[in-house]
Write a protein that binds this ligand. Structure first.
Ligand code: ATP
Length: 298
């Protein structure tokens, strides 16, 4: 299997160490990320996503606990760090250096960096290689972060809200490029995002953080099967979902879509079909909102 594995044990990070009381960003968090998979890192604002990714990339030292990347502590570990690439929304590049020079530099310092892939991505996102990041709009700066993150082809690629400032066509171009390149060059990718609707189809494994802890870590397919979306005429749908845990309800005229938690028994599936109802997998966004609203409202 290509890509680095990640093992996090009882990880605690407090900010800043000198202030009392300090903010506990990560609170005894434990997590395993299997290599060669596309992991989604979800969580409400302030749940600890950026802090976790910063520790994995050795940008920050844990207050307590241990992190193993590809079996070793990443802190001041040249071998491991040459295989880890963290890109944050800001793009994490030097503001005054021309894009083409950053690309040339990365080609020299990152063993897996693919310059021609970077150049073709810059074409896709209409980035002028002679520009500097400070002269770019927020969305274009984010797009350059995406170029760096994808073309690095790092065995552990950490993308922290990289696509936030990008417009919809650019975001979809990013998703297409990520998926196509990931299939050709499997690696471990962690994608943190608030745009669950847009990214959910790509994810193989989903981790949800809440107040510095893991609220849920599961295969995306198992999560999708953990509930059902029921679509049909309002009275028939309401009768069918009565007594079940409803995660969301949307209506368009007399047609409604209700998402319920829990797997349906074969009898239920037959009853739904007899009532003319359409069944589908649960929307991860609905699951996320339900879970984090219950557990996470402060
Ligand atoms: N440099 C810092 N100094 C003090 N507190 C910090 C610092 N960075 C993060 N925090 C706090 O740590 C907690 C976790 O923040 P973090 O940025 O990791 O969350 P996040 O899930 O990435 O949030 P968002 O989705 O809003 O980007 C928050 O309470 C935040 O206020």
């Amino acid at each position: 299997m290509s890509g680095f594995s990640v093992e996090v044990r009882d990880l605690t990070v407090r900010y800043p160490a000198w202030r009392r009381p300090a903010t506990t960003a990560l609170d005894g968090l434990s997590l395993t990320l299997e290599p060669g998979r596309l992991h989604g890192l979800l969580g409400r604002n302030g749940s600890g996503k950026t802090t976790l990714l910063s520790v994995l990339a050795a940008f920050r030292r844990p207050t307590a606990g241990a992190v193993l990347v590809d079996g070793e502590d990443p802190w001041e570990n040249a071998r491991v760090m040459s295989g880890v690439c963290l890109v944050r929304e800001s793009g994490d590049v030097q503001g005054e250096v021309r894009l083409r020079d950053t690309v040339r530099l990365l080609e020299q310092v990152r063993p897996t960096f693919d310059r021609s892939f970077a150049e073709s991505l810059m074409d896709t996102f209409e980035l002028d290689p002679r520009a500097t990041p400070t002269s770019l709009s927020r969305g274009k700066r984010s797009a350059f972060g995406v170029v760096v993150g994808l073309a690095s082809r790092a065995p552990l690629t950490l993308l922290d809200e990289v696509h936030l400032g990008m417009d919809a066509p650019s975001r979809y171009a990013f998703y297409d490029a990520l998926l196509a390149d990931y299939v050709e060059h499997p690696r471990t990718v962690v994608l943190s995002s608030h745009l669950i609707d847009e990214v959910q189809r790509m994810l193989e494994h989903v981790v949800v953080l809440d107040r510095g802890r893991v609220l849920l870590a599961d295969d995306a397919d198992d999560l999708r099967a953990s509930g059902t979306s029921v679509v049909g005429p309002d009275t028939a749908v309401d009768a069918f979902v009565a007594g079940r845990r409803v995660l969301s309800r949307r209506s368009l005229g007399r047609t409604v879509q209700v998402t319920v938690f829990g797997r349906l028994a074969p009898d239920d599936v037959a009853a739904a079909s007899a009532a003319g109802l359409e069944l589908g997998p649960v929307d991860l966004q609905d699951l996320f909102v339900d879970l984090t609203a219950k557990e996470g409202v402060r």
